[in-house]
Design a protein around this ligand. Structure first.
Ligand SMILES: [Cu+2]
Length: 101
């Protein structure tokens, strides 16, 4: 009797995990961070910053806006730390700071 209960509980946990996985694949669990970027002057800079942001583990997309000196980065839940994004941009030779909404 006990064993059956344990198996049911494990089944429910398993199903819950599968459902959550399905949701994150739909993009609902993605996070968005907006950054102010300093030092960009041309499309080459945009490419450098985009590449730097996309090199950070967990980043899905990075859209860099030269005209407004901004970047929008979408990444999977739990990754990456915003500090890692800033560090990557600084390593590429530009400045970055988080835009708080
Ligand atoms: Cu440039």
């Amino acid at each position: 009797m006990r064993k059956k209960v344990v198996i049911y509980v494990l089944l429910i946990i398993g199903i819950t995990l599968i459902i959550n996985e399905g949701c994150s694949q739909g993009g609902n669990e993605e996070q968005l961070v907006k950054l102010d970027i300093k030092g960009m002057t041309c499309d080459h800079c945009v490419a450098n910053v985009t590449k730097a942001l996309q090199s950070v583990e967990g980043v899905d997309t990075a859209i860099v806006d030269l005209e407004n000196d901004k970047a929008e980065v979408r990444f999977k839940e739990n990754a990456p730390m915003t500090e890692a994004l800033i560090a990557a941009v600084e390593k590429a030779g530009y400045g970055a700071s988080i835009i708080e909404d």
